[in-house]
Design a protein around this ligand. Structure first.
Ligand SMILES: *Cc1c(COP(=O)(O)O)cnc(C)c1O
Length: 416
């Protein structure tokens, strides 16, 4: 038996996106500040009370805000760039320390280093969530740290309400890395309403890289409700002169004029082609989330009956987007894990272990971010036994059956 598709099969771009991208290429209107003059791109703007032509990027920013419920957005070339801008706009400069997850993707500490900062790493727990007790302890030990870049690795959401409270009590600015958590919702305990993740911090950053819920190859989005932060990020992303007026999801002109000549232009803009590819994916998101979650629940159910594996639990406040699958190997030695990983790959199961020597999600490999390897024993223990695979939407029940069959067989092989 073989898998019907590669684990890295990306989701296709909807026909409307292909058509719009083609039109932009044929006319050459690729720069976000050079909109294609077509009736669909004229919008009634509340700002000046007149109908105005907007680019695909400007329209995408508005549509993204409508989806997540934020006021302002700036589209950039990656989530890494969005995090860099958020850190810069909230005051990170050379030598400034920033708390962040020890378990995340290398782009996260890299964005801190890019902004001139130095990461101070926080432990994760067996559910891949930021360990709040460790955070509180490190806040005490490092009273000079004023920032937390909180990463929701693989869409696993820590107790952000509690984390936000600790931030507020200690004058720490919270920025949320939502790269892999678009569509995830948070509902406070005792509350009737849920909202999209990304509303606890000063800014939230999303990704449109192919492995995420939206596929544009590359792309990022920063969203915020803070007018100063929004204006700063729009300008720093590469909006000069009066170009900010071509943004829809933006604060008033005077917010820009006050600061505009003091902000460097980092040229991180998204181009119209990327926006044209993303826009038709937004109305399809909720349906996609349900489809992913249906796959995820099937797998999760089977996994609860497999010996030597544990699946992460989820906080009751969170509704997930299960577009990838993680599990922990229990009671296994490093060499057994190594063998398990190798045998899985031989059978076409594209599995990775986060804490593997060459993995970009293993903090020991982030040599650019520290002089001395930080001691993060808890995270180390967890991620060296934490397995991960992508769950392509095009997988069917046969593929899922094959995954669990291989895992069962290899576990018994490796454990004997
Ligand atoms: C993918 C990812 C990033 C980086 O996103 P890019 O758009 O590739 O810069 C950051 N954090 C997490 C948790 C991710 O999954």
């Amino acid at each position: 038996m073989k898998f019907n598709k590669s684990f890295h099969t990306p989701d296709p771009v909807p026909a409307k996106g292909v058509e719009n991208a083609k039109r932009l290429m044929e006319t050459g209107h690729l720069f976000r500040y050079n909109p294609l003059d077509t009736p669909e791109n004229y919008i009634d703007s509340e700002k000046n009370g007149q109908t105005k032509l907007y680019s695909d990027v400007a329209l995408l920013e508005q549509e993204f805000c409508e989806y997540t419920g934020h006021k302002y957005a700036v589209a950039v070339n990656s989530c890494g760039s969005a995090m860099f801008l958020a850190l810069k706009a909230s005051g990170v400069e050379h030598g400034v320390k920033v708390f962040s997850n020890a378990f995340t993707f290398t782009a996260v500490p890299s964005s801190i280093v890019h902004a001139g900062g130095t990461p101070v790493y926080l432990e994760c727990n067996a559910d891949y969530l930021l360990d709040v007790d460790d955070f509180k302890q490190k806040v005490k030990e490092n009273p000079d740290v004023r920032y937390l870049l909180l990463s929701y690795m693989r869409g696993h959401i820590a107790d952000v309400a509690h984390i936000k409270q600790v931030c507020d009590e200690n004058d720490i600015c919270l920025i949320e890395d939502c790269a892999h958590s678009l569509g995830v919702k948070w509902q406070d305990e005792g509350s009737e309403v849920s909202h999209h993740i990304g509303h606890h911090g000063a800014a939230a950053c999303f990704s449109a890289q192919s492995n995420k819920l939206i596929n544009a190859g590359e792309g990022g989005m920063l969203v915020t409700d803070d007018p100063e932060l929004a204006a700063h990020c729009i300008l720093a992303a590469g909006s000069y002169e009066l170009l900010y007026q071509q943004h829809l999801a933006r604060p008033d002109d005077d917010v820009f004029e006050k600061i505009k000549l003091r902000i460097p232009n980092y040229s991180l803009r998204m181009n119209n082609l990327t926006a044209a590819v993303i826009r038709p994916q937004i109305p399809e998101l909720d349906e996609k989330v349900s489809a992913y979650n249906a796959l995820y629940s099937q797998l999760e159910e089977i996994f609860t009956n497999i010996e030597h594996v544990e699946t992460p639990s989820i906080l009751p406040q969170v509704s997930r987007v299960g577009d990838s699958f993680q599990f922990n190997l229990v009671d296994m030695t490093a060499s057994q894990i190594q063998r398990f990983l190798q045998r899985a790959r031989e059978q076409g199961l594209e599995l990775q272990v986060f804490g593997h020597t060459d993995n970009a999600r293993y903090f020991r490999n982030w040599l650019y971010s520290f002089e001395e390897t930080p001691s993060l024993e808890q995270t180390e223990e967890i991620i060296t036994a934490a397995c991960d695979f992508r769950l392509p939407l095009s997988f069917n029940s046969e593929d899922l059956k094959l995954i669990t069959q291989i895992i069962r067989q290899l576990l018994s092989e490796v454990k004997d």
